[in-house]
Every structure is written in C-alpha cells, then in structure tokens.
Design a protein around this ligand. Structure first.
Ligand code: KG4
Ligand code: ZN
Length: 340
C-alpha cells in the first residue's frame, strides 16, 4: 500500500510516500524561508500563494523519487489542522482533487499529533503512552498522549510560542530568519551567565503553561533600553552571542522544567519531543541530562523530522488501518482544538 502524504500547514510545501509498513519511500520538502526572511516571520498570504505554485511539482517529485507513477498511489493523507487557513486549504484541495481523480480514500492528519508521531517513526517501535512536547514557530504545547491520535492538551503557551520568541529575539539582535538556528549558533560562542533573563511561570507548579512574551521584552530592554526601539543600535559580536546564550538558556529552562513536571504529575515515563525548536542543540542536551537523571525514556527525532515535513503524516496509516476515512467535504481547522 502506497500512501501519499501532504503537508502545507505553515511555510513548508512537503510530500512523501510511505507504505503501510511505515517504510519511507520518498520525502520532498520545499522551504519558503528565503521568501519570508526579509519580513522576519511567515507572511500568510505569501505562504499560501507559494504553496499553490509548488504543491504539484513537489507531489510529482515525491512520486518520482519513490519510483512510482501517480496511479500507484492507494490513499492520500493531508494535514488539515492546525495551521494557517490559506496554507491548509492548498494541501487539502490538492489532496481532495487527487482522491477524486484516482478514486482513492482521503485521510486527515492532525499536524501536532504528526510531530509526536515523528518520534514513533524514528524510534521504530511504539512510544505510547507518552508526554508530547511540541515546540515550533506556532506552538509550545504539552500533551498527554495515550495513543497516536488520542491526545489531551495539558499545557501550552499563554502568549508567544517558543519558536516565535527565537525568531523575534533574533530579529532584535540583527540575526537572520529563521531565528532558531541563528540564535543556536550565536549562543554556542556566548556566555549564558553574563545576562540573566526571567523564566516566566517556572516556579508555578500548579500549571504546565509557558509564557515567552515577557522574556522577549526583557531581551529588548537589555539590547535597546526601555525607550523607543532603535533599529540602528548595533551590538558587538560578543554581546550578541552572550544575549543569545542567556536567552536560549531561559527558554530551555522553562521547557525542561515543565516537561519534567508533566511527567511527574501524570506518572508517565516517556517524553516525545517534536517541532522545529526540538532541533535546538542545547534543548536536546538538557533534555537528555534530565531524562538520564530521572530515568525517563526520551525520544527526539533527527533534525529533518523535527521541522515540518510530510513523512510524519505516516500517522495516517493508523487511521487507514482503523478505516477512518474522510469524505470530500472535509474542511480545514486552523485553530488548536478541532470543533466537536
Ligand atoms: O515546526 P516548524 O518547522 O514550523 C512550525 O512552526 O510549524 O518550526 C519552525 C520554528 C521556527 O520558529 C524556528 O526558528 C525554530 O522552529 N527552530 C529552532 C531551531 N531550528 C528551527 N529553534 C531553536 N533552535 C533551532 N536549532
Ligand atoms: Zn510544525
């Protein structure tokens, strides 16, 4: 059985072919980073228009790379929640058109569940039940995951997502977009102890939530003072590296402490981490230390399965096995919680 999976939730246009044995036959990801770079963040209208231009060549490439023909596709899966409405619509419309033309079933993918499923794929065997920590440009959520598609939200950001904070702080420091990798590289040469930034909500053991907006403001005040933002202000390289390191340490502290708290409160023994920020070296290192200390199982996929990709859409195989097919009037659900 050959499943074609599509991913267009944000600014990556991606397609993959996977089998019902979870074997990955091809994976194509067309990143739009260079188009959004000068705006310092994803511009939804540019993202959706670019998906329209790229979706068919990306699908075509995925099928060719798997040495298949279009007629060999047995089912199509598409991420239809959560994400940018205009971006989601492009993937969903392409998937529906293919299902109609090929007369094959349509399967829905929850993008956040798919990020956790990337851990299942990388591990090669079951990882459930587990705590899922999804940290990306759009989300910073903690889930109790009792099965691949059985998720309960137990914590989340009350303002900015972790990746968004990385992107905004990078912009304040004059570093390129996307900010995560740029901050990570600068931080590698910085002294995290030179500055001390706040760790919002970290001591509040009654909740598993994050807040990164105040942290971003604290960096802003450190860099530009409390007056008007001075775009011309230039920092020496060592200061940029030190601010980046101190900021990264603060974000990592919050993520590690709340993930541990979630494990402690639920009694679960496995942590699965996904989303673009999971590519952060310092976060990976700290989570490894913490899981060794508490004897938890930790799964973080390789970098290419952390950032957005279509391979993780293989989660749809679970729905395929259960016969959970969608009708062609399936809609997109941009928000976090899909209406009942
Ligand atoms: O999951 P993702 O590819 O897209 C969605 O937002 O769904 O995540 C992108 C985010 C961006 O904010 C980017 O700055 C961040 O992940 N990111 C990183 C790193 N690589 C990407 N953040 C920290 N360290 C990294 N190495
Ligand atoms: Zn994502």
């Amino acid at each position: 059985m050959h499943l074609l999976t599509l991913e267009t939730t944000c600014d990556e246009t991606a397609a993959a072919i996977v089998t019902d044995e979870l074997e990955v036959l091809s994976s194509v990801v067309a990143s739009q980073d260079n188009l959004h770079e000068r705006f310092g963040g994803v511009v939804p209208e540019i993202a959706s228009r670019t998906h329209v231009e790229r979706i068919l060549p990306v699908i075509d490439q995925a099928i060719r790379n798997a040495n298949l023909r279009l007629l060999d596709v047995d089912a199509v899966a598409v991420a239809n929640t959560p994400g940018l409405a205009g971006s989601l619509l492009v993937g969903l419309t392409a998937a529906k058109a293919l299902c109609l033309a090929l007369d094959v079933p349509l399967l829905a993918v929850n993008h956040l569940q798919a990020h956790v499923y990337a851990c299942r794929l990388a591990h090669g065997k079951n990882v459930f039940p587990c705590i899922g920590l999804i940290v990306s440009g759009g989300h910073s959520n903690l889930y109790r995951c009792d099965g691949p598609t059985d998720f309960t939200l137990i914590g989340g950001t009350i303002d900015d997502a972790a990746g968004e904070a990385f992107d905004k702080v990078a912009s304040l420091l004059g570093l390129p977009y996307p900010g995560g990798p740029a901050i990570g590289n600068a931080a590698a040469n910085g002294d995290p102890a030179r500055f001390r930034f706040p760790r919002p909500l970290i001591d509040d053991r009654s909740r598993l939530d994050f807040s990164f907006s105040g942290l971003k403001t604290a960096v802003r005040y450190q860099v530009h003072g409390t007056g008007k933002l001075d775009a011309q202000a230039s920092l020496d390289e060592q200061t940029v590296n030190d601010v980046a390191a101190a900021f990264q340490e603060a974000v990592v502290d919050c993520l590690v402490v709340k993930a541990e708290l979630a494990l402690e409160q639920t009694g679960y023994r496995t942590l699965c981490v996904g989303g673009g920020v999971a590519a952060n070296r310092r976060l990976r290192e700290r989570l490894e230390q913490s899981s060794a200390q508490h004897a938890h199982e930790l799964h973080i996929p390789p970098m290419n399965l952390c950032t957005d990709n279509a391979v993780m859409g293989a989660i749809a195989i679970e729905r395929f096995r259960a016969g959970k097919f969608e009708s062609l009037d399936l809609d997109v659900f941009p928000g976090l919680e899909r209406p009942k």
